[in-house]
Design a protein around this ligand. Structure first.
Ligand code: ACO
Length: 324
């Protein structure tokens, strides 16, 4: 096969939804002060979903994957590669992908996780595309699934209001017609400290801090520039121009970052897919969640040129340009 192409999308949000007012009330009970006005003005977030305590990454991934497989019109047993992008897997090991495989009733195909935080989905999609074009897979299930509520410090109002839980998935199949046209991935480990969960498991205990730390302004400053660069690089590789883009589907972290990126690419804001208002930042899940919502609402149609792009801890960033 010359190309890989997305043939189905799916997503899942855990049922517990907290508006900003709901979250502010819960935080107030712990002596942490925030407000709907502050959160909406700085981030565009109005609500997020949180998984129940006994629900893990693979549990959110199952219904998202099943919906994508159904949309692709294939049987789960036809999947021959599973990649899960996550930074909040069920366990230290084995991978959420292996656990998901079993829950889908599949056995035998390779399954592994990709860990690139909020860039995880564009990383995973790029790996799946490369494996398909190399002849090592024909029908890949690529999932982003996160339970960031597990790693939030609910005494830190500068981070705990930003994130949510959820999962999104695509089926990526070998194709003779162009689907994924170009991708561009990067990392720069010198920025580890601006966005990290520094703790690790050792000797039966967590050593170090197990909760998310972020320097929001440092992340903001880096994000806008690298997202523009990655988007332009994929356009150049594919021989396309920005005016040909039908939809920009960025990682949903902050409406201001998303709108700045669209402006830098000279894209009208009505070409920007926005779900951050209802989902918050779901890390590696945000792009496939936004894609699936846009598909099911009839925004994204077959043949549209899509620019997916992510940025996150690592520091990592990247973009994927594709014909849907
Ligand atoms: N409620 C009320 N007040 C708050 C809150 C809150 N939730 N959080 C912070 N504040 C206060 C601060 O204490 C500060 O008060 P002060 O001026 O009295 O000190 C004031 O609001 C301003 O705080 P800033 O941090 O300067 O606010 P800023 O405008 O930079 O917005 C934000 C913060 C929203 C985090 C922004 O920097 C941002 O979005 N950064 C990007 C973060 C991001 O996208 N991260 C995800 C990357 S993807 C990944 O890999 C996970």
């Amino acid at each position: 096969p010359t190309y890989s192409r997305i043939t189905g999308t799916g997503s899942y949000l855990p049922p517990r939804r907290l508006s900003n007012a709901d979250l502010a009330a819960e935080l107030a009970a712990k002596g942490v002060e925030t407000s709907d006005e502050w959160i909406v003005e700085r981030t565009g977030i109005r609500a997020r979903h949180f998984a129940a305590p006994d629900v893990n990454c693979s549990d959110l991934a199952v219904p998202a994957a099943q919906a994508a497989i159904e949309a692709a019109g294939i049987a789960p047993q036809q999947i021959d590669l599973i990649i899960v992008a996550t930074s909040t897997p069920d366990m230290v090991f084995p991978s959420a992908a292996a656990i998901l495989q079993h829950k889908l009733g599949i056995a035998g195909c390779p399954a592994f996780d990709v860990q690139a935080v909020c860039s995880g989905f564009v990383y995973a999609l790029t790996v799946a595309d490369a494996m398909i074009r190399a002849g090592n897979a024909t029908r890949a299930l690529v999932v982003g699934s996160e339970v960031f509520s597990r790693i939030l410090d609910f005494s830190d109002r500068t981070t705990c209001v930003l994130f949510g839980d959820g999962a999104g998935a695509v089926v990526l199949e070998a194709s003779e017609t162009p689907g994924i046209l170009a991708s561009d991935l990067h990392a720069d480990g010198k920025h580890v400290g601006i966005l990290c969960v520094p703790g690790h498991v050792s000797g039966g205990a967590v050593l170090g801090d197990p909760l998310l730390k972020m320097d929001g302004q440092a992340v903001f400053k880096l994000a806008v520039g690298v997202l523009e660069d990655a988007a332009r690089a994929t356009l150049a590789k594919a021989g396309k121009t920005q005016d040909q883009i039908d939809w920009l589907i960025p990682h949903q972290a902050n409406i201001r970052i998303m709108q700045s990126t669209a402006k830098r690419l000279k894209l009208p804001l009505d070409k920007l897919v926005v779900t951050v208002d209802q989902h918050g930042n779901t890390s590696a899940a945000s792009i496939p969640l936004a894609l699936d919502h846009a598909v099911r609402q009839g925004q994204v149609k077959k043949g549209d040129l899509l620019m997916l792009e992510g940025v996150g801890g690592g520091f990592t960033w990247g973009a994927v340009l594709l014909n849907f």
